[in-house]
Design a protein around this ligand. Structure first.
Ligand SMILES: C[S@@+](CC[C@H](N)C(=O)[O-])C[C@H]1O[C@@H](n2cnc3c(N)ncnc32)[C@H](O)[C@@H]1O
Length: 274
């Protein structure tokens, strides 16, 4: 595989390579951002409603506004106030922090593969009811029927075992609980994804094609993303890899979106009550 394609192709790598790759990306961001200012690793989202009446954010939260928007749209159909919520693939914890402060769940647990990023999240975010644990999407360290909702944002595409993940989500959700899901797939895999939800036994409540919203966010946020990367990363190879990973304008990922070869969808799924 040509070096410049590593970031673009990570989800197609053999499963054994994906975990070390995430460890590497987390390490790279962590070494360039010791104060944990970068709190999101997603492509962002813009829509008319959020543009005409933007979410009221603190100055600090507003730096990554479009990434916040992606979380906001992901959970906006379900009221999470007072609920027990799990997030799988929480990354640097920004979405968990946003939801726990602004949507007031009773508890919110963020889970990710990477031990060091989990440690940094627990150090950085200390809101009541919010915690972070290390674990893997297809082996969730929780008892059956613990959560009212599971949040999953731009993480599932690289799981080695998508059905294992969905089976685990179903196990840890209470009857009637929701999976709030947003992620990309190659266009031809859209139906595969839907059949996986069906096979796992979820009822599909909401489906939205959010690709135009994600592409617009990448375009509007491009200068900020490129400036951050170019200021900190001097190696040519890492620069290219980081821009691919961030989906900056000109990257192969961005072009796959623009050409309609890759799509981005939001789903709300429900575990049946019986
Ligand atoms: C693109 S990042 C998105 C992070 C976060 N959801 C956000 O929007 O900022 C994908 C995250 O999924 C995590 N991840 C990848 N494979 C995983 C797995 N098998 N189990 C749990 N997390 C995983 C990665 O470590 C990474 O933090």
């Amino acid at each position: 595989m040509p070096r410049r394609n590593i970031a673009e192709k990570y989800a197609e790598m053999t499963p054994g390579w994906r975990k070390p790759l995430w460890t590497f990306f987390h390490w790279l961001i962590q070494t360039k951002d010791r104060n944990h200012r970068i709190r999101f690793m997603n492509y962002g989202y813009i829509d008319q409603e959020l543009s005409s009446s933007p979410i009221q954010l603190t100055e600090e939260d507003a730096v990554e506004r479009f990434c916040v928007n992606l979380y906001h749209q992901n959970v906006s159909d379900i009221n999470l106030q007072g609920k027990e919520v799990l997030e799988v693939g929480c990354g640097r914890g920004g979405g968990a922090d946003y939801i726990s402060r602004y949507m007031k769940p009773k508890t919110y647990v963020g889970l990710d593969l990477n031990k060091k990023v989990i440690k940094a999240c627990n150090r950085t975010f200390t809101n009541p009811g919010l915690s972070f644990v290390q674990g893997c999407a297809d082996d969730l360290p929780f008892e059956d029927e613990k959560f009212d909702a599971v949040v999953n944002v731009e993480s599932s595409r690289c799981y080695p075992d998508m059905m294992g993940f969905l089976t685990e989500v179903k196990r840890v959700l209470k009857p009637g609980g929701h999976l709030l899901f947003s992620d990309m797939r190659y266009t031809e895999d859209h139906m595969v994804l839907k059949s996986q939800f069906e096979e796992a036994g979820f009822e599909l409540l909401v489906e939205k094609n959010i690709l135009p919203n994600v592409v617009e966010a990448l375009e509007v946020d491009d200068v900020r993303r490129k400036n951050w990367i170019r200021k900190r990363i001097k190696s040519k190879f890492l620069l290219k890899t980081s821009e691919e990973f961030s989906g900056t304008v000109g990257s192969r990922r961005y072009q796959l979106f623009k050409d309609g070869k890759m799509g981005y969808w939001h789903f709300v799924l429900q575990k049946s009550v019986d």
